[in-house]
Design a protein. Structure first.
Length: 280
């Protein structure tokens, strides 16, 4: 077995299937890793509130990389290990600019998204399929005015999400946002754009967590499928792309596993860790 001590896993499009479910095979593989002393770390664009109970309930899952690396948390101790946030004034500026476009948007503050009813009640208009609509509704608080909230709280923002089914508009917004050196612009879905502080990447968060735990980079493994996973795939000792990944990610990965609909996480664990067949 390779000396892998930590596996960071993107959730949507990677660990979870298209219905946002954890398959029995993937769950069995995670539990086997934990029994063999390997840390399983969700590494997601979701806020803390978006980590589903089916993941949290697995004994041994303790650490999480959240909102694309904006926060790294120890769930067991209720401890914040690191954070890289967007200053509230810059977040307000971005939200004000976005508000002039026909898109849905929401800032993440203190582990939950904040979304106006005009977006929450019409998510299908912005390209979100039913499974993602359920996730959004469960992890966002309804607020009257997002901009007013950010301005009144004056609290740093973990991430800003933009949703649109208009591919051309999505690309236009992405290119304009990338001009801000203070920002990291990525995506985990083909109908969203994700905005973080420049230093808030899954790759930076993975290396920070490994250092915190006294692990070497070579002892880490990461799996993902979207552009927000690229830094993590490049940073890890072993970077694994899903078969359903974007082409750029596949080119940078050390290995391409099966898709998220084919238990690709379990397949990669079997390939690299050589655990007993009955365990995976």
């Amino acid at each position: 077995m390779m000396d892998i001590r930590l596996i960071a896993l993107d959730m949507d499009g990677t660990l979870l299937n298209d219905q946002k479910e954890l398959s029995p095979k993937n769950r069995k593989a995670l539990e086997s890793c934990i029994r063999h002393g390997i840390l399983i770390v969700p590494a997601t664009g979701r806020p803390a509130a978006g980590i589903p109970e089916m993941i949290r309930e697995i004994a041994g899952i303790r650490y999480a990389i959240l909102t694309n690396g904006a926060r790294v948390e120890d769930f067991r101790e209720g401890k914040l290990i690191s954070q890289e946030l967007i200053h509230w004034e810059l977040a307000f500026e971005i939200l004000e600019w976005i508000s002039h476009y026909p898109v849905a948007y929401d800032p993440y503050i203190d582990g939950r998204g904040k979304m106006e009813a005009r977006f929450r009640n019409h998510l299908e208009d912005y390209g979100l399929p039913p499974a993602m609509q359920r996730l959004v509704l469960s992890s966002r608080d309804e607020v009257e005015d997002e901009l007013a909230l950010v301005k009144s709280l004056k609290t740093p923002v973990e991430k800003i999400n933009i949703f649109t089914k208009d591919k051309k508009l999505r690309q236009e917004l992405w290119e304009k946002l990338e001009q801000h050196k203070e920002l990291a612009v990525t995506s985990s879905l083909d109908y969203n754009v994700e905005i973080n502080a420049a230093a808030a990447t899954k790759g930076n968060a993975l290396l920070h967590l490994a250092d915190y735990l006294g692990l070497k980079r070579e002892q880490t493994m990461a799996m993902g499928d979207g552009s927000n996973d690229l830094s993590m795939i490049e940073a890890a000792g072993i970077g694994v792309a899903m078969a359903n990944s974007m082409e750029m990610l596949k080119q940078k990965a050390d290995y391409i596993t099966l898709s998220n609909e084919e238990d690709g996480v379990a397949a990669a664990i079997r390939h690299f860790l050589q655990l007993p067949e009955e365990d995976v």
